[in-house]
Every structure is written in C-alpha cells, then in structure tokens.
Design a protein around this ligand. Sequence first.
Ligand SMILES: [Zn+2]
Ligand SMILES: [Zn+2]
Length: 397
Amino acid sequence: MMQEIKDHFVDLHIHIGRTEKGAPVKISASRDLTFYNIAREASERKGIDTIGIIDCHSPAVQNEIDFYLSNGEMEEVPDGGIRYRQTTVLLGSEIEVRDAGMGPAHLLIYLPTLDKMREFTEWMSRHMKNVSLSSQRIYVPARILQEEAEGRGGMVIPAHIFTPHKSLYGSCSSRMSDLLHVPSIAAVELGLSSDTEMASGLSELDGIPFVTNSDAHSLGKIGREYNLMRMAEASYKELELALQGRKGRGIAANFGLNPRLGKYHRTYCANCESIVDESQSSAERCLYCGSTKIVRGVMDRIADISDRPAPDAKSLATRPPYRYQVPLEFIPGLGKRKLKGLLDRFGTEMNILHRVKGDELAAAVGEDIAGMIIQAREGTLRLEAGGGGSYGKVERR
Ligand SMILES: [Zn+2]
Ligand SMILES: [Zn+2]
C-alpha cells in the first residue's frame, strides 16, 4: 500500500508540571501541564499533531497514561506513541548528565512504547535520587545513558545545546564528542537563543539534524518553537525516519524564535542585569557594576567554540530553512479575549499562524493585528533584542 507523505507540525519538548493528583513533576512548570491537558491543548488549540512530552519516565505519569489507554480515550500507535484525537504523544525524558571534568548538560531521550519507557525508568531509578521528578541528574557516564536508551530502540537528542545553564555546549564542553557517541545522536535541539545559521559554525554538527522545540513550562507556550516534518503519520517510527531523512521523510522547516528574542542571546551581568557588549570589555567583569557574575550569551558562546566562521554556506545548503516564528502571545494588542475569538473562528494556532488569509484575519481582529500576524509570517516584523534573562519584544509601530 502506498502511504501518503504529508506535512506534520512537531514539538518535542513539553514538560509536565504536576500529576493529576497534584504531585510535583517539574516544580518550576505550571500545574496545568498534565499529560492529558498537554495532549488536549496540542490537539484542540495548537494544531500540533506530534508532541513530545519529556517527563514520561515518571511512574505516576505512566499510570495516568495507562488509565487513558484502558478507558479508550487514548490508544497506542502501532509504530510508537500514544494517540489522542488529532495528536500523537511521543514518550520522552529529559535527564541531566555530568561527566568527570565537565559541567552539567540536559539530554532528551525518546522511546517507542510505554513498555520500553517503563523498563527505562526501572533502570534509571537505580542511578537517580528521585525518578519521579523532571530533569534530574543521573549518576552514570553520559555514554552509558546513551547506550541504555539506544539499546531499547530509543533516540538521544541533546537539549537546548547552547544555553548558558545545563547544556552540551553552553555549560558542559566545547565538543559533543567529549560527552557522547556522536554518530548515533538522532538530532540536536537548537534552543530559543540560536538558529541554524549560528550553529553552522560548528563542523561537529554537520550531518546531525537540528530540531526546534518549545521547552514549554506552561500550556500557552506549547508550539512557541516547532518543526514541520514530512511523515506518513504521526508516530515514533515516522519521526525516526524524518530525522534520518529516509524514504521520502524529512524535516521541511524549523520554526523558531528569532534568536534576538531569546532571553540568553546576549551576554549579561547577573548582578546588575546589564547587557555586556564583549567587543568593548574583557567580558570577565561587568563594565557597569564590576561584578564577575557574567552569564555568557549564546551568540558569544557560539563565536567562541565555532571552528569556522558562521554562517557557513556549504553547511547551510544541506539544511532545511529556519523560519523566524513570532508566537501569537508576542503580538502587541492580541490579548486573551481576542486570541480566543480567533481560535473560535479558525480552530487552531497553527491555522492562524500559517493558513488563514490576511483579509479573513482582519475581519476578525482588525487591520492592525492582522497586519502584524502576516508580517510575522513573512519574517518582516521588527523586534528588539532579548538578554539579561528576559525575552525580547516586538517593536510597537
Ligand atoms: Zn533542559
Ligand atoms: Zn526542558
């Protein structure tokens, strides 16, 4: 049978805040982020059909999945994942590793089935203090974790690789090969403050796919970054094929924040929160207050560790386009009430962002906001840079 390959919206990094009984999973994430609520939000409001939840190693979460499987609201997809209405949830786990002589880094791990995830939890629980919680440290070398995941048919994707805290290149090492077996890495996640062009300066990443995900800590932030992938259906196996670029599957585009909007784009002083321009200072000491608590911005970190100038045209020619995405919540004047009006009319955020025509948007929310949504779609909306741990803004016209 010929399978039809279609475009799918994919966001692989969503946290769980609490279990339905109120037990904490990711303490810093919203309590509305339960497994069920995420699946429903992705299906009904966001229009994202492939969603990775990366706290599925938690036994209480696994029990909730069991509950929805047994009452028939969800079902296991034969090629991997859990189906809820229009959306397939892929089961993942974000884990912190710290090898000798290196700083901490977060890794994302995805497994095809609930059974495999349970086995993995059972193995991890022997090497962690609390396997119920999110993003916990595991006390084995990263390569052992990688082997255990891949040995169960899993995929390993280093998370938000350039951010200053707990990331492969931001806080752990300047080479991925110091930490991991690079040839079997499924992809790397660029994170909110970098894009394909910036990352093209690292030759070590050639041939490794880039993914862009939201790292959502609240329901609203789901889909703030995502990927457009060509797949025959939303399933684990299809994601694997898409990342490998095999059998006509592939990544068609990455949608991410303009790095200028990311909160770690520029180097800043954690004491006085000034943005430190490295071309004018030693970058060891804040120009304004003298503090040495300098947090390296992603832009400067990439410049430091790149082994060739970015952008690198040859490497970029092999990559899908990276499209700057302005989340609807960044559009000035588009408050909760107006957004609800748009959703009632056009169904999902992906429809509003990508599919609905300008005049239809204008009829619903007025020329001004419609104009900004269209400008955002075309990549022409003007933005102020982020930094100092806060996000950039859309400039008011
Ligand atoms: Zn993380
Ligand atoms: Zn995360």
